[in-house]
Design a protein around this ligand. Structure first.
Ligand code: BGC
Length: 453
């Protein structure tokens, strides 16, 4: 499918509105904020340093040609996508030297500690990866991100972007972020031959409970791990709980939770926890010591049947040898969520006291361009937030996702990936699910969720 720029499509896009994540917005003192996670589950190489020896200027005024980028794209197909983005940037701005400073850890589990301290100390990197929406608020509340409404977001760019994505880029009044992708979270990936061996038809699974039956069948009929899942860091269980909840109760109830009314939905919240606890009986024995992409390798190898994950997992399949869409792997929307495009978005920002204002502006301009988004997204496993990116090279899987996006009834924000709740709530929930991964205690988790909101 190629991208259609007809006014029909443009209308369809501009009429789309993400369900706003309107939970009460606690001001987070970012100096003391921890991510509440249980550690780094990344498998990449290297880690972000404190920036003190990287040669960047710290007087805030010099126009350095070094561009320091902190990000967490070191796993699976992430690194290839990031490199494709940098290749395009370097072609356009050959004089800028990119200083790559990754903070590995799935879902940014290790990035906050590095970035927040540096931004607070007035020694920020040139730019860093962050979810737009509520995750930006600790920075915008303290005035730590530059307004890029004039310098980067010109009229051409504003017109080209989906309106709802533009809105996520201005949590207060000013535009402060440049989103580069739209991932989908509510995917159930599977290894085709493993599910065939088990006699399970994923497209016939009609809801979260039906998935439990399928996991039982895989367990009984094959030697494969029914559900490959990591519990080293809490975010994967948190996101799975979100999708079970939507699958069981629908998006309106999910929005009610985001708005903070957990007690009014106590039975529903508990039910999703019960279902999740049952799933966690079917995950690998070493779930506590693997990263999401190591788990995904098990699926690629034919040693696991199912994976619940954002479509960054598909980026990893694209990079794998002899592992083809439809014949070797496929995906159905998480059972019960078929009209939903549960969106996860990444962006880059312009921290104040910037060591390389000119190069940072150039990079943000590039990240917002058609060229950047056409290079990055097909490899990353995401679709572009600009509406004018040619879709010819996105391949059959992402073309299908794009069609699902266009036909979706709602595109709610996520909890686990920061767009939908304030960082203080996100941290508290990560702690809840870190404990739940260990004890499967539904009462304690319910109370933790209620208290977090
Ligand atoms: C990010 C993705 C990334 C994933 C796993 C998400 O929070 O939005 O870009 O691939 O985490 O690390």
């Amino acid at each position: 499918m190629s991208h259609d720029n007809s006014s029909d499509d443009a209308d369809r896009f501009t009429r789309r509105h993400y369900v706003a994540g309107a939970g009460s917005l606690a001001t987070v003192a970012i100096a003391g904020c921890s991510d509440g996670g249980s550690g780094d589950d990344g498998s990449g190489d290297g880690s972000a340093d404190d920036g003190s020896g990287d040669g960047s200027s710290d007087d805030g005024s010099s126009e350095g040609s070094e561009l320091e980028i902190i990000h967490w794209w070191t796993a699976g197909g992430e690194q290839d996508a990031y490199n494709a983005l940098l290749d395009g940037f370097r072609e356009e701005y050959p004089d800028v030297e990119v200083v790559d400073n990754p903070a590995p850890g799935g879902a940014g589990s290790a990035i906050d500690a590095v970035v927040q301290n540096r931004v607070i100390d007035g020694n920020p990197p040139s730019t860093f990866q962050i979810w737009p929406g509520q995750a930006l608020t600790p920075y915008t509340d303290e005035g730590l991100l530059e307004d890029i409404g004039e310098s980067v977001w010109d009229d051409e760019m504003r017109d080209a972007y989906l309106d709802d994505v533009v809105d996520l880029s201005r949590p207060a009044d000013n535009l402060v972020a440049v989103p580069i992708n739209i991932h989908r979270l509510n995917n159930l990936f599977y290894n085709v031959s493993v599910v065939e061996d088990a006699g399970v038809d994923p497209s016939a699974i009609d809801g979260p409970q039906g998935l439990l039956d399928a996991l039982e069948t895989v367990d009984a009929e094959t030697d494969a791990t029914p559900l490959v899942h990591q519990t080293q860091s809490p975010w994967s269980s948190l996101q799975l709980w979100e999708n079970v909840f939507i699958g069981e109760q629908g998006v309106d109830a999910y929005q009610t939770v985001l708005d903070g009314d957990v007690e009014g939905l106590e039975d529903e919240v508990r039910s999703a926890l019960d279902t999740l606890a049952s799933y966690l009986e079917y995950i690998p024995e070493d779930a506590g010591s693997i990263s999401w992409d190591q788990g995904n390798n098990e699926l690629i190898a034919g040693d696991a049947a199912f994976l619940h994950q954002g479509d960054w997992a598909a980026g990893q399949y694209e990079g794998a040898d002899d592992f083809e869409f439809e014949s070797d792997w496929d995906m159905v929307p998480f059972p019960g969520t078929s009209g939903v495009y549960h969106s996860v978005i990444d962006s880059f920002v312009f921290p104040t006291n910037n060591p390389s204002p000119e190069a940072t502006e150039q990079f943000l301009n590039y990240a917002g361009s058609v060229d950047a988004q056409e290079r990055f997204n097909p490899i990353k496993g995401s679709i572009p937030p600009r509406t004018d990116v040619p879709m010819d090279d996105f391949g059959p899987f992402l073309s299908r996702q794009f069609e699902d996006f266009q036909n979706s009834d709602s595109q709610p924000p996520t909890i686990a990936h920061g767009t939908g709740v304030a960082p203080s709530i996100h941290s508290a929930l990560e702690e809840v699910f870190a404990n739940f991964n260990g004890n499967l205690d539904v009462d304690a988790a319910y109370e933790g969720i209620r208290d977090a909101f």
